[in-house]
Ligand binder design. Sequence first.
Ligand SMILES: [Zn+2]
Length: 224
Amino acid sequence: MTFICFYGVVVYMDFSIISEIVNVSKRLYSAKMVNAYEGNISVKNNGLIYITPAKVNKGTLREEQICVLDENDKQIYGSCAPSSELIMHKCVYEAHPRASAVFHTHSPYLTAFAMCGKPIDDVPSPEMIALYGSIKVAPYGRPGTAAIVENALEIIIEDDIVLLENHGALVSGTNLEEAYNRIEAAEALAQLSCLMKQVGQPKPLPQSEIEYFRTIYNSSHPKT
Ligand SMILES: [Zn+2]
């Protein structure tokens, strides 16, 4: 933790968060889940929002380009303008008590389901049930406005993941690593949902197994 002086006011900033956002952005870029124009990553810490900039390629992102905003939306750090989806991230933080990191991605398989308005609820694997239950879709809202997330808040508070119809995916986590793991595994399950139908008829899990793994899901997603 260090501090900067902004218009005479001392603000405490954590530069390790900035470097973690750069690292995770590059991992998401390498996994083809974000690019220059699509996707954004943020952290809320100590009253500040750290977020990726608009129109900068995530594969070449530099620390000085990460934007930091105070509680009054004043930008106190960063050489670029913040993502146009800043309002979406703020809405999630305001509504979701467990969220300290938020990712919005256009990961191709998850986004394909979002484009079709289809939930992912047909993968008969222990991981699907234990980690997600199902991945639901929120009705469309216009990007760049609060409407994008209006219909998604209830779902992300419960599930920490939601598909935004005709748009992409939104995940939350208690930290960056948890959010990264959640979107990475969800993208893999979305891909599996597509592939398994090409291979044949998926075999259902026994009911006792479904109930066992549902218990695991419920223990990690307490009702708020
Ligand atoms: Zn988007």
